[in-house]
Design a protein around this ligand. Structure first.
Ligand SMILES: Cc1cc2nc3c(=O)[nH]c(=O)nc-3n(C[C@H](O)[C@H](O)[C@H](O)COP(=O)(O)OP(=O)(O)OC[C@H]3O[C@@H](n4cnc5c(N)ncnc54)[C@H](O)[C@@H]3O)c2cc1C
Ligand code: SF4
Length: 296
């Protein structure tokens, strides 16, 4: 691990200020929340160091968990520990508490935030190594199909086979959660299931997530995660189901570079059409079994 290269640091006091700095540096500035992923990235230097870090953790009102009019609102800088320990989430949105508890270890949960978890970089080992110049870094090739690909995608691959690494995205997508996103041009809502595109997210360089809203508490829900090390590890496959007034939605994690969410029938059909790589065919049967179990 190398020392972090030089960068400028900006403590934002308001969301507007944060967006203005992001806009000024047009793609060369990064939002800093808990720093548990971003600083690791900067130390490993697998991508160029941002010119500016915009710290959003001191912005008043960006952290906290409230329930209003039947909807749950979670501020962007709320930590994963807050999610695990919150009594409303434990009782009414348990699949979210389960996903946070089965995510990173406690020291990372104490620092890591909800929005940071959703926006963390993919865990592809080629991507996270400086010498491998792949598609996601603007290079000419994806190394996964011809290389080691046990944890990689089995569907929706297009040019990149890395999977969305966020555990929280899975129950949030199943619960039809939306993100409030603010930029210099105003505020908009983005469904969690639509946050990811094949090589990143739909967020513009001057936008930050300010909160996550779950529109209603599910009447039935479940979250399951399979991983190599039972103590702490990223998902090989995960699944969540949530039944609300709109029906049952299933979401899968660990299978694609984008969120895979829909009715149980649609998700089973998507698994049937999966295109696994040389080492990850096992994910097809794990995903099938998980969908059966979370919807039982
Ligand atoms: C040892 C270890 C084990 C882990 N295991 C798991 C696991 O099993 N499951 C899992 O899901 N995660 C896991 N993680 C990832 C961890 O959950 C994330 O590192 C953490 O949640 C990131 O949050 P942060 O606030 O520290 O983000 P940061 O590191 O500050 O930021 C991460 C990214 O999100 C962007 N960002 C942050 N906040 C916003 C915002 N409000 N709007 C827009 N962009 C934003 C940043 O610019 C950056 O690109 C693990 C991490 C470690 C170190
Ligand atoms: S899976 Fe994506 S991140 Fe990994 S090597 Fe291929 S293009 Fe790069």
């Amino acid at each position: 691990m190398k020392a972090v290269a030089a960068y400028k640091y900006y403590d934002a006091e308001t969301v507007e200020e944060a967006c203005a700095v992001l806009n000024q540096y047009a793609g060369k500035a990064k939002v800093l929340a808990g720093g548990t992923d971003l600083v690791d990235w900067m130390k490993r230097r697998f991508m160029p160091t941002p010119e500016v870090l915009v710290n959003i953790k001191k912005i008043p009102g960006l952290s906290g968990i409230t329930e209003e009019g039947g909807a749950l609102k979670i501020g962007a800088t709320t930590t994963l520990t807050d999610i695990v320990e919150n009594s409303t989430i434990q009782s009414k949105y348990k699949s979210l508490a389960d996903a946070a508890a089965k995510g990173p270890p406690p020291p990372i949960r104490n620092m890591g935030t909800v929005a940071g978890n959703l926006c963390q970089y993919v865990r592809c080992w080629y991507y996270r190594w400086p010498d491998w110049y792949c598609y996601r870094k603007g290079g000419p090739i994806c190394f996964a199909p011809g290389g080691r690909n046990v944890p990689h995608a089995i569907m929706e691959q297009k040019v990149c086979n890395a999977v969305v690494p966020s555990d929280l995205a899975v129950p949030l997508a199943a619960m039809n959660a939306t993100l409030t996103v603010q930029g210099t041009g105003g505020t908009r809502e983005v469904a969690v299931k639509d946050l990811y595109v094949v090589l990143g997210t739909v967020l513009k360089p001057d936008e930050i997530i300010t909160s996550v809203t779950v529109p209603e508490a599910p009447t039935k829900q479940a979250f399951l995660k399979s991983r190599v090390r039972a103590g702490v590890d990223f998902a090989l496959v995960s699944a969540a189901a949530a039944t609300t007034s709109k029906g049952t939605t299933v979401a899968l994690g660990g299978v694609a570079p984008i969120m895979v969410a829909g009715t149980p029938d649609a998700i089973n059909a998507a698994i049937d059409k999966a295109t696994p790589l040389s080492e990850n065919r096992y994910k097809v049967s794990v995903a099938k079994a998980m969908v059966r179990r979370v919807t039982a």
